[in-house]
Ligand binder design. Sequence first.
Ligand SMILES: *Cc1c(COP(=O)(O)O)cnc(C)c1O
Length: 225
Amino acid sequence: MGIRENVIETLERVKIAANGRDVTLIAATKMNDTAKVKEAISAGIEVCGENRVQELVAKKEENAYEGAGLHFIGHLQKNKVKYVVGEVDLIHSVDSVELMEVISKRAEKLSIVQDILIEINVADEDSKHGINSTNLDNILQAAGDMKGIKVRGLMSIPPISQKKGDNIVYFNEMRELFIDIGAKKYDNVIMDFLSMGMSGDFEDAISCGANLVRVGTAIFGARIY
Ligand SMILES: *Cc1c(COP(=O)(O)O)cnc(C)c1O
């Protein structure tokens, strides 16, 4: 199947899983060129997620994301913050107070407020970025003093599912965290977005409360590294 058919089918699957809730399908565009990104947008994708700064800059120059929103979903290094802040609607992957501070400073310089999510390493994997949930209070307290950012929710990348249902335990853990934080009063924090679920498990993630899902392979086919 082509990208157009994949987008239509994936949007339909998202809609069914969402069961009337508002869920956004983010096309994870890494390693897919401008022509493919444009094809996905013309087929109905409303938000693209890029996870490498270099690709984001290059594709932006080619107007790849025209007609869609743009999120940054990959690991962000402090020295690359200037290429991302103000260029994307939402940064999903903030995983330290220091990174948040650099983003906030850059946004203040541009006189904007950058929306961000905090990335949680929900399965506590050594190979993954993201904070341990025990450090979440600390990072959310720190956000209260930062004028250039607004925390809009949480993101997680659990282990790759081997079979359907594998990640439900992590998705539920994320939902509980999301609800807990939402019930507490933190300055500068609103729990609007829960970003979790990829090609192998986005329907489970949606059932567990995700309202942003990041899907690459199911739209663009397997990536050749
Ligand atoms: C690549 C990527 C995805 C999409 O993964 P697929 O399994 O191809 O759907 C989602 N989130 C992030 C952060 C990614 O880098």
